[in-house]
Structures are given as structure tokens and as C-alpha cells.
Design a protein around this ligand. Structure first.
Ligand code: ADP
Ligand code: MG
Length: 357
């Protein structure tokens, strides 16, 4: 089954949809009209239906009561964190094999992006599960360098020729088209560099810390979150107004290089522009710019366009190699809430997904 899922992931870009359960704090119109989003229980056509009257008030724009959207995979309220992990498990495998891969969580604020990526202490999300899986897979193949002393011997392989692996981790946030290092907060404005010879894109100033174990890696992620929180503005919850990118590099003494990017995107919701100015307006403009640039790039890749407009935002520029790499893999997880009150944003998210797949 794992093999078939791996084959399913061979397309460069996959789009999944995850519908979170209705929470007690969600407004609920009536108990007879439960949800605006319905996951169809068809396994070979992953699809969900959105009740269109919840989107179009006048009912003239659309005559069908439901609109169906299909995805590579749809996960509903009964799918656990583990179920979601199982769907992207082949990604961790690909990284161990030396490929680049990227997982995005896209959706409006409150739709479950952070729950999907970070999770909660009781219900850990993809970051933690993928890291654990990564170290497990590496340990089966060789020695994971697990302390500072081991790190020193990494450059000269041990005499028994056992393969040694090293994992390095970095975290950055993109806020108002500015890239900030979250492990090294003294690096508030990272530059993106394109290698003149190879054309490879990198962030040379990004602090990449050696991560000796899953626990150590999680400690680094917690540290990054702390740095992120200290910079929260009073006006807005900054965590929903910025993109957060975790970069995990795997390298081996055999020359293998794999990279995994885990991205918790800024909330995709429309923000009322009337009445806001200054910082709020700047934030909104930056988010709109980078999310639409992401859509443009994914659409251009899907259509195999001659020109892929990576440079239209810091997000797409920084992720250029993994988005466009011939052998790299990207999974976009579209997070949506099931309620009526969020249906028009859900509809916009669906339209975004339709564009990129
Ligand atoms: P976002 O990061 O998109 O703004 P969150 O991940 O913070 O949204 O989710 C909003 C709330 O919904 C949180 O309290 C979170 O714990 C809860 N939640 C999200 N997805 C699920 C899920 N699949 N199951 C249970 N609770 C969820
Ligand atoms: Mg969040």
C-alpha cells in the first residue's frame, strides 16, 4: 500500500483537502442544515461538495445546490493526525532518498493549518511525525550522527564504511515580503541567492542547526516558535499574517542530499481593505501578493509554461528549487472549516486549488 501511495505521489504537485470538524465555537445556523461542506465517501474519486447556496446569497449565480470539487485526496472530520501523516509518509521517504519535497498548509485563519502542521501536545501534527519517521528511516540505513563528537567525524567516514547521515534544520518566517530567521533572530532580513553556475536558489544566511535526534529537532522548532511570538504586533495575530517555513536538510557521507520544506502559510482570507491603513494594509497586500504568486507558479508548472514567475514573491523565490525541480514533490493541503459562516472563504480556497491542479 505504501508503494502505491508513493507512486501516487510521483506527480510533482498533489493537492489534498482536509475538512476539520465543526468546533463548539463555530456558529451553527441550524441543526437540520448541518454543514456547508460534505466529504463524499467515494474512495477512488476524492471529492467533496460545497453547498453553493451558502456561497451565493442570490442563488442566480449558480443553479446547482452543490458544487463538487475533486482532489488527489480528501480527509474529513474522522481522519486523525495519523491518517493525514500516512498520506504524506512517502514524502519523508523521498527526502531520505535524496529528493526535495515540500508540504504546504493553505487556508483561511482557523481552518486547521497549524493543527495539521504542528498539531497539539496530545495530537502532534506532520512536523513531528515526519521528523520521527525521517530519523527512523535514516537509522535503518546507517548511522545518524547524534552528538557533537559524531558531527566532527562526519567529514571522514569511519573505517567500516558505514554510511553516516546528518540532519540540519532551519526555520524562517516571511512577513511583509521580509524573510526573518527564527532560530537566529539577529538575522532579521535574509537575502535569497541564486548560484551563478548551477542556478540553484538558497538562503546563505539562514542558520541551519545540526539536529541530532527528533527530540532535539523539536526543541529547535519550539525555540523558533518562541522567537516568532515575541515579535507579534498588537494589531494582528502575526502568526496568521506570515508564512512559516521549516527547512530540513539530510546529507550523507555517500553524497546524498535531501531537503524537506514544511510550510504553514499565512491565512488566505480576504481582509477588509476599507478602514485599514498603515501596517494592516501593508500586511494584506504582502499576503495577497505571495499567495497569488504561489498560485501563479503552481498553475504555470502544471501547464508546463515556458516562463515560471518565481520571482514575483519571496515565498515562491525562496522555494523555487523545490517547486520546480524535475524530481521534487509538493503536496498542498487545503485546510477548510465545514461551517456556513466560512463557506465563501472555503469556496475561494477551492477555486485556488482548482487552479493549481
Ligand atoms: P489555522 O492555523 O489555520 O489558523 P488552527 O490550526 O489554529 O487554524 O485551527 C483552529 C482551531 O481548530 C484550533 O483550536 C485547532 O486545535 C482546531 N482544529 C483544527 N483542525 C482540527 C482537527 N482536524 N480536529 C480537531 N481540531 C482541529
Ligand atoms: Mg495557524
Amino acid at each position: 500500500a505504501l508503494l502505491s501511495r508513493l507512486q501516487n505521489l510521483t506527480g510533482n504537485i498533489q493537492v489534498f483537502c482536509r475538512v476539520r470538524p465543526l468546533l463548539s465555537r463555530d456558529p451553527r445556523v441550524s441543526h437540520n442544515v448541518p454543514l456547508a461542506v460534505d466529504v463524499l465517501s467515494i474512495t477512488d474519486v476524492a471529492a467533496l461538495e460545497l453547498k453553493t447556496e451558502s456561497v451565493f446569497d442570490d442563488n442566480t449565480a449558480n443553479t446547482a445546490p452543490w458544487k463538487m470539487f475533486t482532489f488527489d485526496r480528501v480527509l474529513g472530520q474522522h481522519d486523525s493526525q495519523l491518517d493525514v501523516f500516512r498520506e504524506v509518509e512517502p514524502i519523508a521517504q523521498a527526502v531520505v532518498d535524496g529528493f526535495k519535497a515540500c508540504i504546504f498548509a493553505y487556508g483561511q485563519t482557523g481552518s486547521g493549518k497549524t493543527y495539521t502542521m504542528e498539531g497539539t501536545p496530545d495530537q502532534p501534527g506532520l512536523n513531528q511525525r515526519l521528523l520521527a519517521h525521517l530519523y527512523d528511516s535514516l537509522a535503518m540505513r546507517g548511522v545518524v550522527v547524534n552528538d557533537a563528537a559524531g558531527q566532527a567525524t562526519f567529514t571522514s567516514p569511519p573505517s567500516n564504511h558505514e554510511t553516516m547521515y546528518q540532519v540540519n534544520l532551519g526555520v524562517f518566517e516571511i512577513y511583509n515580503e521580509n524573510i526573518r530567521d527564527l532560530l537566529e533572530p539577529d538575522n532579521p532580513n535574509l537575502q535569497i541567492h541564486t548560484d551563478g553556475d548551477t542556478g540553484e536558489v538558497c538562503l546563505p544566511q539562514l542558520a541551519m542547526e545540526a539536529a541530532y535526534s527528533p527530540q532535539h529537532a523539536l526543541g529547535l522548532l519550539a525555540q523558533a516558535q518562541k522567537h516568532r511570538a515575541t515579535c507579534r504586533t498588537n494589531v494582528h495575530d502575526r502568526s496568521s499574517r506570515s508564512h512559516c517555513v521549516v527547512v530540513i536538510n539530510v546529507k550523507s557521507t555517500t553524497g546524498l542530499r535531501g531537503t524537506l520544506y514544511l510550510v504553514d502559510l499565512a491565512g488566505s482570507e480576504r481582509v477588509k481593505v476599507s478602514g485599514v491603513d498603515g501596517d494592516a494594509l501593508k500586511e494584506t497586500a504582502a499576503i495577497n501578493k505571495s499567495l497569488s504568486a504561489l498560485g501563479d507558479v503552481m498553475e504555470a508548472l502544471d501547464k508546463k509554461s515556458a516562463h515560471i514567475p518565481y520571482r514575483n514573491s519571496k515565498l515562491t523565490y525562496a522555494l523555487q528549487d523545490v517547486l520546480g525541480g524535475a524530481q521534487s514533490k509538493t503536496v498542498m493541503i487545503l485546510n477548510v472549516a465545514p461551517g456556513f459562516s466560512t463557506a465563501s472563504e472555503t469556496f475561494r480556497s477551492m477555486q485556488f486549488a482548482e487552479r493549481v491542479r
